[in-house]
Design a protein around this ligand. Structure first.
Ligand SMILES: Nc1nc2c(ncn2[C@@H]2O[C@H](COP(=O)(O)OP(=O)(O)OP(=O)(O)O)[C@@H](O)[C@H]2O)c(=O)[nH]1
Ligand SMILES: [Mg+2]
Length: 283
């Protein structure tokens, strides 16, 4: 395995210790919070609602709003067990080196430093043996890194585009996005503080050109003022409506530091990979 591989599975054997998992990593742990804080953590848009003008149709930000029972059902997929291994599988730089897998796959793309690896680390926080390295230095992830989640799905971390991107970024990422048969959803991360940048628009164009289903995810919301975040969300909503055709209508918002939106994203991944049929009880 190359020294540049960022994500490493430390120990495939033995019982899983969750002693290092963040205290808000699971729904049951988070349930100790006050009702308002819990709601803000699981459904981060709820913290912004009060600041929205009544004229804005808020339903469009709640298209995917499963109840807590569904969040907990989805979470089980992210907890390893002797019959359900969650592990780093391999890294690749070219399509020929990519593992041939039948199970559904999701991938994470975005500018370097936007928080892709951090979000994956937060998603896998209930499987702490899966070590995900992040760095303040942009351009840290240099390869496509594959993680298998039992037989349920595969998750792929990608190098970032922009500053310090690998020279062969395009040769690495484009064929993957265009040709990967089992890719069911691409998560395109946008920095909450920076908003949609030129390079993000190029990534959107690429997804549109390939006709692949993708979702916008706004990262680092713990560092973004609420007013700025709301403005960005409204802008993204109009952008998705007017300028995209394969983008999911609702942008997700997350903080990998505070875990906001992470449980909801786990549930969305479980759903789009066909591992969770949503029950219809309201939130
Ligand atoms: N405050 C805050 N910082 C974050 C968050 N997510 C990531 N970061 C920080 O942003 C920096 C970059 O994070 P990474 O996860 O390595 O970013 P990346 O998109 O994987 O970057 P490349 O691999 O270089 O493409 C690190 O210093 C992280 O700690 C977040 O939700 N909140
Ligand atoms: Mg990375």
């Amino acid at each position: 395995m190359s020294a540049q591989v960022l994500l490493r599975f430390r120990s495939a054997a033995g019982p899983v210790s969750r002693c290092h998992a963040h205290q808000l990593a699971s729904v049951s742990q988070a349930a100790r919070l006050s009702e308002k804080k819990l709601k803000g953590l699981l459904y981060p848009f709820s913290d912004l609602e009060a600041h929205l003008s009544r004229q804005v149709d808020q339903r469009r930000f709640r298209l995917f709003q499963p109840n807590m029972e569904n969040l907990e059902r989805a979470e089980k997929l992210f907890i390893p067990s002797p019959k359900h291994h969650i592990l780093y599988s391999t890294s690749a730089v070219r399509a020929v080196h990519m593992p041939e897998l039948a199970q559904p796959e999701v991938c994470f793309i975005g500018r370097s430093n936007v928080g892709k690896s951090s979000l994956i680390r937060a998603l896998f926080s209930l499987a702490p043996e899966v070590e995900v390295r992040v760095s303040k230095t942009p351009g840290h992830t240099r390869t496509l890194n594959f993680f298998t989640v039992g037989k349920a799905f595969t998750l792929v971390d990608m190098p970032g585009y922009g500053h310090r991107a690998p020279k062969d970024f395009v040769d690495m990422v484009e064929p993957y996005l265009q040709e990967r048969q089992n890719l069911v959803r691409t998560f395109l991360l946008v920095d909450g503080g920076a908003g949609l940048q030129k390079l993000d628009l190029a990534a959107v164009e690429m997804c549109e050109e390939f006709g692949i289903p993708y979702v916008l995810v706004v990262t680092k919301i713990d560092r973004t003022r609420q007013g700025a975040l709301l403005t960005l969300l409204l802008q993204l909503h109009d952008f998705i409506k007017d300028q995209t055709s394969t983008c999911f209508a609702q942008p997700f918002i997350v903080s990998s530091v505070q875990y906001s939106g992470v449980h909801l994203l786990r549930c969305f991944i479980a759903h789009v990979t066909g591992n969770l049929q949503l029950s219809s009880k309201p939130t």
